[in-house]
Ligand binder design. Sequence first.
Ligand code: ZN
Length: 474
Amino acid sequence: MLHAMRPVLLATALLAVTAHAFLGFGSGSARNAADDAKWGHYHNQEQLETKLNEINEKCPEISTLYEIGKSVEGRSLVVIHFSTTPGEHVPTKPEVKLIGNMHGNEPIGRELLLRFAENLCDGAINNDKEVIQLLNSTSIHILPSMNPDGFELALSTEPAQRQWLTGRANINGVDLNRDFPDLDSIFYELQKIQVPKFDHLLSLFDDNVDRQPETIAVGQWTLSLPFVLSANFHEGDLVANYPFDAAIDENSQKTDYSASPDDGTFRWLAKSYADNHAHMSKNDHAPCDGSSQDAFARQGGITNGAKWYSVAGGMQDFNYLATNAMEITLELSCEKMPAGSQLPQFWEDNKKSIFEYVWKSHSGIKGLVVDATTGEPIYRAVVWIRNGTETVPIKHPVTTWSEGDYYRILPAGQYEVIVAAEGYDIAAKNVTIENKVRDSALVVNFALSPSAEQPSENEQEKIAELVDEITRRR
Ligand SMILES: [Zn+2]
């Protein structure tokens, strides 16, 4: 997608490691006045772009900037990409994305992501052991602002005049977190009529609705790389929200839990963010809405989206149902757009969570699927996972990318990995995932033998039957 660059493996200066061991992000390092002055305000679009350019110029070997599109008013939707191979996908190196400011009047994430970007760059320069390990193993894409027009409107409105919704939507008045294709309705319908199709549902979707440029840009970006893990930063509460976001019955006003096939894994991901946050999972703060129903801390600082309130056309469910990526939505503050002077404290409260969450892209398994005779990568092979405690696989396979690589985030446990591809014999392996290695998921490669059977007249039908067999009869 972008220019290729030669990989640069970052070296850690051993002497520097000791010096930085107590300055690391996990050490609860104290704030200092200079950082507070630098980060105690919101960056407008021009300042944001300037800052991203400065970071990129300071760290050209590990970062690159690219634009995924423009807002309605023509502002750049700019991404900074950190990797030892900036601008390039390397098979089995997980791609992570972090998205801020989807709602324009919820800009804490925008500022935290900008600071996170600077932290990665400075950490690499200063030989911070953990930052270097992270950058050597991970490809991190940061979009600080998905809705710069809404942000500028909120920023230019006096705080006293700002309503709860001022600047939330894009400049056309569309809530971007309701503007994605509603794939949940397709998923629920397929379940109802018992069609064994659970993933990559976008091809089945058609509603003839004109979507907003910001939604299209982020949607296409989401599909353009084999993203493994994603987070979407918001405000209005303090909780980590995981799929599904949409209720099974949109019209029922009920708030029923809607579990995705990966409910356990999503809860584990959300809990990682909440537990590493200064307050999210702790009983040390009042519920944002003042009622006991909203006491998210009592449930570990996490919530199922639909159980909270139903959102159709949201981004996190789109990620899960259209791609292999797993995304959660993070609510960082009861108050929307708090005074800029509070931003340094928000960074202190969230930085460990952000780092630990990105590390989660190295959990579970990953590997390459190739043709056993030619060694060529197999694109769109389907990888199913059966939890050792279950009889049928998780109804959410992932598919291989063009270079044959796949990624599957999973908590520790015993699993069976089953790989199917058109024209090949099915293959399976039992694995024990421990998630003890921080910078690499367990590598499980497959070399598939071309099927001895003649290709059937209708290959799609054959695959569908295979899927049916895997998911029903095992
Ligand atoms: Zn929001």
